[in-house]
Design a protein around this ligand. Sequence first.
Ligand code: C5P
Length: 223
Amino acid sequence: FPATPLAGRHVLVTAGPTHEPIDPVRFIANHSSGKQGYAIAAACARLGAQVTLVSGPTALPCPAGVTRVPVQTAREMLAACGAALPADVAICTAAVGDWRVAEASAHKRKKKQGQAVSLALVENPDILATLSHAGPTRPGLVIGFAAETEALEDNARTKRARKGCDWLLANDVGADTSIFGGNHNRILFVSETRIEPWASMPKTDIAAKLAALIADHLSSSPR
Ligand code: C5P
């Protein structure tokens, strides 16, 4: 077996949270650490892939051999992904903010004593679904992640079909797990024809396992 089975392949990875501005000094974000996506980018690079890592703001260093494209918002992430195509594989691990502020203020919003404030939010683009339905520029293999708190298998199957991706890696983020920001993850792998629970393992091991599966899947298709 070659040590670099992904040589000649371009892998696009999204990772981290997005920051959606409210005004120049405030934003809406989430707790995503970016660890799983960065580990996947690193694992694919180790197998010889050219890797583009479109990343929201994180505290992590860029993995060796990976080209990082830093972004803030969901719309910037979508544009950076579009600009990175063509790709053989797209892996969407980013925790993209579902909403953005409809009209971010150009100036710092002032508080008025004792007055409640409300923000109008509009839906962000779904990057995974957009890449999955990208027609002739669709990456040959599109992979999504899903954090679920209940009915893991049903929700994962439904979500894979709805998003239009090939593989969905679902994880149970229910009460007793500490997946967000942690180093371990427990995956349910779902494809159109296969459902497979993976043992709980470090995010770096999940990354290595996924990179090996990708290499295996691509081994029969021409570069
Ligand atoms: O719908 P949900 O957020 O649970 O889907 C999770 C999957 O979809 C992840 O792979 C995530 O990266 C991707 N996603 C995306 N763009 C969004 C929302 C989710 O790429 N706006």
